[in-house]
Design a binder for this molecule. Structure first.
Ligand code: ADP
Length: 629
């Protein structure tokens, strides 16, 4: 059949590596190539069904949609054919010669060429069409794009190159022929193929037919949209296979959300939360990927955001009964019906997450590790149901050691007498947070503090200030009065101060204010510290340290605002400084010690020391003096 116009082209480096992996496949389950090719065939039929809603001529020849698997024992080939949208010459080259999906290039460049190391990587990624090379040493793809006259053939032996040839015109669709490797004759067995299709592809909504050597044809799948069936008639296996198909994923669904909404809006959703974190979760181009169907007809997954970005890990389909079939993709995003569906779906997903968290805490924690930071992005948006999101959020906390997590509600149930605020501390690393002096007074009084160390935490805490009637506040705020909160052992209670002592602390504050000048906003006595002498704090309503630092890095603001220096009246250094206030000879020491304490507080908050040379000189002076003493 091939004519002389054969063109030779090279695979991209990434594809060559993928193909090498397929040829020397370590997959224990090669059957999945059938699932992958049938899945592509079904997508191709879906695409044409949508296109032909507005361009009926596209479908005129080529009959009703179906997928056919034909066996030829004599030639040892099987062919998987569909009468879907088809591919033109350039699409064959682009789709089956390069990988264009966002983030894939970077991902695949991590492949080393060592199949043992690469297999787990590729396992996360899914191999689609290329899986055919697990069982075949040569693969031919013949394709005719619907509405076009040309037919093109792509052929490769996975040896670094493929050929493109023009063929005699045929009717629309794609046929993929696999020349089986030695030892793969099992795929020539009709019963085996039927079993594989029923295991992996029963949910496909187009008929799948197997034709044997004698020309007998048999339809082997149920052939109706899976999501329209009763839940009780769908097995977990079938859900899983549908998830693999719709999400191009290879893991197990962690959560399956299948329900039908009836009433003012009528739609069915079949949504999945993956059990594995996809490699492109944080890629800027990653879009929420839920497919829109209208009355069983696939419409699109690209021009429409059916779930918000903070649920971009959710995969699956939504099938609406109310939208018109001929709806244009361009106007979809502004459709008010869709906006309502989106709101309802968000509520549903959050409700199911809550149920799952209540039913299986351990499994929920795994979910949280994968997707928690993404979900928390929703806390930053004014339009999202922030309280409902917060309800399913989990946090590290001083109540638990190690990696254990807590919910806001659990936190509230452990709040102390007189405590009306949920306290937190943000930082980069959990280990460092646990050692922060800012926690001292809280720990001593048995007051729990949430430890927030995801990047997104720095943002939502600035816009979300209460939950279930409790304030949410950073322990770095200057107005926290711990005296009235929690329970503290008698022997740990600070001594009652005499009026003279109180007055001398106030004088010390004034003196420090004078020394530090514009470098601080204020100097105050605090009950927050025990082991440390000083810490920095910010006023209620002012920007928190970390957000401010981030905005400076991003050049959104120029300089940091002055902070409040809090001093611990029970600390030996502070007490000695207060004692020396009236001693003229100690003026220089008080000044140096003040700057040292201030710089130390800045270092602890991760801030730069303003004048490193002066800092070193002062520190050296004190060290010398203490060694000489
Ligand atoms: P994926 O299906 O994950 O996108 P594949 O490597 O399996 O990746 O396929 C690459 C692309 O080739 C598909 O996205 C699709 O555009 C095209 N393609 C594959 N099989 C067919 C087919 N049977 N009909 C039409 N297009 C197809």
């Amino acid at each position: 059949m091939t004519s002389k116009n054969e063109e030779k082209l090279k695979f991209s480096a990434e594809i060559s590596k993928v193909l090498q992996l397929m040829i020397h496949s370590l997959y224990t389950n090669k059957d999945i190539f059938i699932r992958e090719l049938v899945s592509n065939a079904s997508d191709a039929c879906d695409k044409l069904r949508y296109e032909s809603l507005t361009r009926t001529e596209l479908k005129q020849e080529g009959g009703e949609y179906k997928i056919g698997i034909t066996i030829n024992k004599e030639k040892r080939i099987i062919t998987i054919a569909d009468n879907g949208i088809g591919m033109g010459r350039d699409e064959l080259i682009n789709n089956l010669g390069t990988i264009a999906k966002s983030g894939t290039q970077e991902f695949l460049s991590m492949l080393t060429g060592d199949s043992k190391k690469d297999m787990p990587l590729i396992g996360q990624f899914g191999v689609g069409f290329y899986s055919s090379f697990m069982v075949a040493d040569k693969v031919t793809v013949q394709s005719t794009k619907a509405g076009q006259k040309d037919t093109w053939q792509w052929e490769s032996k996975a040896d670094g190159e493929f050929t493109i040839t023009q063929l005699e015109p045929a009717t629309r669709g794609t046929a993929i022929t696999m020349y089986l490797k030695e030892g793969e004759d099992q795929y020539l067995d009709k019963f085996r193929l039927r079993h594989i299709v029923q295991t992996y592809s029963d949910h496909i909504s187009f008929p799948i037919e197997i034709t044997d050597d004698e020309g007998n044809t048999e339809k082997v799948n149920t052939g109706s949209a899976l999501w329209m069936r009763q839940k009780s008639e769908i097995t977990p296996e079938q859900y899983k296979e549908f998830y693999h198909h719709v999400a191009h994923a290879v893991d197990e669904p962690w959560l399956t959300i299948h329900n039908k909404a009836e009433g003012t809006l009528e739609y069915t959703n079949l949504l999945f939360v993956p059990s594995m974190k996809p490699f492109d979760l944080y890629h800027p181009d990653r879009k929420p990927r839920v497919k829109l169907y209208v009355k069983r007809v696939f419409i699109t997954e690209e021009n429409v955001e059916l779930v918000p970005r903070y649920l971009r890990f959710v995969r699956g389909i939504i099938d609406s009964e109310d939208l018109p079939l001929n709806i244009s993709r361009e106007t979809l995003q502004n459709n008010p019906l869709l906006a309502k569906i989106k709101d309802m779906v968000v509520k549903r997903v959050l409700l199911e997450l809550k149920r799952k968290a209540e039913a299986d805490n351990e499994s929920y924690n795994t979910f949280w590790k994968n997707f928690g930071p993404v979900l928390k992005e929703g806390l930053c948006e004014a339009t999202s149901p922030r309280q409902a999101i917060l309800e399913v959020c989990r946090f590290h906390s001083t109540h638990h050691d190690g990696d254990a997590l807590t919910s806001m509600d659990d936190y509230i149930s452990r709040m102390k007498e007189g405590q009306d605020t949920i306290f937190y501390l943000t930082g980069d690393r959990l280990e460092t947070l646990r050692l922060s002096p800012q926690l001292e007074g809280f720990t001593k009084r048995g007051i729990e503090v949430l430890l927030l160390c995801d990047h997104v935490d720095d943002f939502w805490v600035n816009v979300l200030t209460d939950y279930k009637g409790k304030k949410i506040k950073s322990v770095t705020r200057a107005d926290i009065d711990l005296e009235q909160m929690g329970d503290i052992k008698d022997e740990e209670k600070p001594e009652e101060k005499t009026p003279e002592q109180e007055a001398s602390m106030q004088s010390l504050c004034a003196r420090i204010r004078e020394i530090l000048g514009d470098s601080v906003k204020d100097v105050r006595v605090t009950s927050k510290l025990t082991g440390s002498a000083v810490c920095l704090a910010v006023e209620e309503g002012a920007m928190d340290f970390r957000l401010e630092r981030f905005l400076i890095e991003q050049k959104q603001i120029n300089t940091a605002s002055a902070k409040i220096l809090e001093i611990n009246p029970d600390h030996i250094i502070i007490r000695s400084l207060a004692g020396k206030l009236l001693d003229q000879g100690s003026a220089r020491d008080i000044e140096d010690a003040t700057w040292l304490l201030f710089d130390q507080a800045r270092i602890l908050e991760g801030e730069q020391v303003a004048d490193p040379a002066a800092f070193t000189r002062r520190l050296q002076g004190f060290v010398e003096k203490s060694l000489a003493a």
